[in-house]
Design a protein around this ligand. Sequence first.
Ligand SMILES: O=C(O)C(=O)C[C@H](O)[C@H](O)COP(=O)(O)O
Length: 208
Amino acid sequence: MDVKAAEVLELSPVVPVVALDDAEQAVDLARALVRGGIGTIEVTLRTPAGLPAIERIAAEVEDIVVGAGTITEPGQAARAAGAGAGYLVTPGGTDRLLDDLDEVGLPYLAGISTVSEAMRLAERGVSAMKFFPAEASGGVPYLQSLSGPLPGLRFCPTGGIGPDNARDYLALSNVGCVGGSWITPKRLLAAGDWGGVEALAREAAALR
Ligand SMILES: O=C(O)C(=O)C[C@H](O)[C@H](O)COP(=O)(O)O
């Protein structure tokens, strides 16, 4: 499935973020999310299982767009694209990294946590971005403050978001989706509890 950058924000109200230890779990996990009504998953490159997990999901699971997360260095974007990622996510952006993302050509959500970082991305023609780490950087009031001076920008906040505060973010006019690891907790992954993941996905899908 092909997506454009701004469309990444529309894939799902909640983007599950996962660091997998075992790529063998990727397909079962993605299918559980789909059954729960979630149309995307961000598999981070924090673990060696990340790239092979992306490859497996892209090849074997329909109805889900798999993104590659924690892109922090030039070169990773091309490898994620080669594995079949539909979009890329970074926690922040240096000029070198952003140039690399532009070269690869996949839609991306680059992380910002200051007004100037958001403006620098906007200067590059990017209007959809990630706000990270959301809670630690000022949370809902901070994002709300950005909507006045930067009305053309939309955000996917992640970091410290869960079932208790996701709705507050999703209610903001400049928020398209929220990201977080709460839908795929380590204890459910360790137990292979796909029914548990499906239930959390269903609750998350109903948040908006
Ligand atoms: O490294 C990246 O590119 C990321 O995507 C960061 C993650 O979105 C957050 O680390 C999720 O934060 P929690 O939901 O608080 O666990």
